[in-house]
Design a protein around this ligand. Sequence first.
Ligand SMILES: N[C@@H](CCC(=O)N[C@@H](CS)C(=O)NCC(=O)O)C(=O)O
Length: 243
Amino acid sequence: MSLDIYTGATPNGWKVTIMVEELIEAGVDLPEVNMHAVNLGGDQFTPEYMAINPNQKLPTLVHDGRPIIESCAILQYLGELFPTSLFPTDDRRWDVIPWLYWQAANIGPIFGNKLSYTRYITDATDEQKRHPIERFGKEALRLVGVLDHQLEKHDYLCGDDYTVADISTWCWIRSYKWAKVDITTKPRVVDWVHRIRARPGVERGISFGVPKDEIDKFSKERRAQYMKNGGGIADNSSLKSDI
Ligand SMILES: N[C@@H](CCC(=O)N[C@@H](CS)C(=O)NCC(=O)O)C(=O)O
């Protein structure tokens, strides 16, 4: 069996590197995993990459020649392939799947847009950015409130167990300072961020492709690199409708 992972040090990319490390932590005897770093400066648009991911985004998993796109689908795929409490395979999976979709449909797009308008978009004036920043900022805070409401009932997003729903959501919430979404009014959410960050599998998962002393903060050089790639991606001129 072969597993090839195409990813990078971004929120959607971390989901998969964390999942692999958490499966190892859970005692799963994984086959060899081949890691491939995708440079978002343009790798995502090459014909070779589009052959496995027509959506031109990272991450992608290739299992025995079958490509799986979409980070949350990859989490579910790995969860089903290697059963652990990260993804229950009995009826309790219905406690998890809706929250995995919730992340994919809400947290990712809203935090992604908030981040882009706050940090990356350079082809709009401050006045043009004011409305989307307010809108995505408010909606991001509402979603943090939903997470807080869930954590009132249990330690993790959808129950007492840490699952793929926590992995996928955490990867976006951890960068709250970079996206300028103030989660600190919700101490339960802050505790949840720290609780998950303290896991050895998470530590290794977020280390992929990053110097050890930059796991939790950017150096000036990396910050500049992210601004450059992020700016290139977020610019309207980068959007192509003729794929
Ligand atoms: N819904 C997709 C989103 C993937 C996504 O947007 N990935 C970003 C990195 S976090 C990317 O590859 N961006 C490159 C681009 O937009 O050109 C998923 O969850 O896999």
